[in-house]
Design a protein around this ligand. Structure first.
Ligand code: ADE
Length: 236
């Protein structure tokens, strides 16, 4: 079993790289793929850069070149509604909120000619993620829809609309495109994010303040998740 671990930014992979046994580093499309063992699991870890194109390219490389069996995306996100910085979100559904083919009568977010509106994580990974989160008691854990777009959301009007229209509880810029690539390749995936801001006009200030705490929270969940995966693999 080989795991692909994607983050968008350096800050989100720092703790992982500090604790991973790295065997090899390879560069593709300007991204460095770290091949090694993390928490007992064979892992390819990579910083993909920000946005849907970067994250989609990266996911396909993980699948086609490194032949990973599962994809995990961790990092930070803007919280919508009651969510606060530091809280953790496990995505049970992901949608690209910036897709608009309404001129052809498609609902906003719907990718034309694709057989699904949203992308759902692997059930087994979701179950393991829930377990991994139960071991944490110093921050709130939510499960719900994360929406993704090539936009940093810093307006409460837009954030409220994302909640009203998509039922989103968090927004970020990579999750649903990673999910789409995994879906098209029939590879199990999960997206876990920790909140860095409230996607309002103070979002960029809050983002800078909380990014390290939020990245650390997402990493703690990831570590628990990998420990669980490693146990399951040992029992196989
Ligand atoms: N990632 C973290 N905060 C975000 C926001 N407000 N919008 C988009 N992506 C984010």
């Amino acid at each position: 079993m080989k795991l692909g671990l994607i983050v968008a930014m350096e800050e989100e992979l720092k703790i992982v790289l500090d604790n991973m046994d790295i065997n090899e580093k390879t560069e593709y499309a300007g991204m460095i793929f770290y091949d090694g063992i993390y928490k007992g699991v064979k892992t390819i870890a990579v910083i993909c850069g920000i946005g849907k194109v970067n994250s989609a390219i990266c996911t396909q490389i993980l699948i086609s070149t490194f032949e990973v069996d599962k994809v995990i995306n961790i990092g930070v996100a803007g919280g919508i509604g009651e969510l606060e910085p530091g809280d953790v979100v496990i995505a049970n559904s992901l949608v690209q909120h910036d897709v608009d083919a309404s001129g052809f009568n498609y609902d906003l977010g719907r990718i034309p000619r694709l057989d699904t509106f949203d992308f759902k994580p692997d059930r087994e990974l979701l179950e393991i993620a829930r377990k991994a989160c139960k071991k944490i008691d110093n921050h709130k854990i939510y499960e719900g829809r994360i929406v993704t777009g090539d936009q940093f959301i810093n307006s409460s009007e837009k954030a409220n609309w994302l909640k009203r229209y998509f039922g989103a509880i968090a927004c970020e810029m990579e999750g649903a495109s990673i999910a789409q690539v995994a879906y098209l390749n029939k590879i199990p995936f999960i997206v876990i994010r920790s909140i860095s801001d409230n996607a309002d006009k103070k979002a960029s200030i809050s983002f800078d303040e909380f990014i390290n705490i939020a990245a650390e929270n997402a990493t703690i969940i990831l570590e628990n998740l990998l420990k669980e995966i490693s146990k399951i693999e040992e029992d196989k």
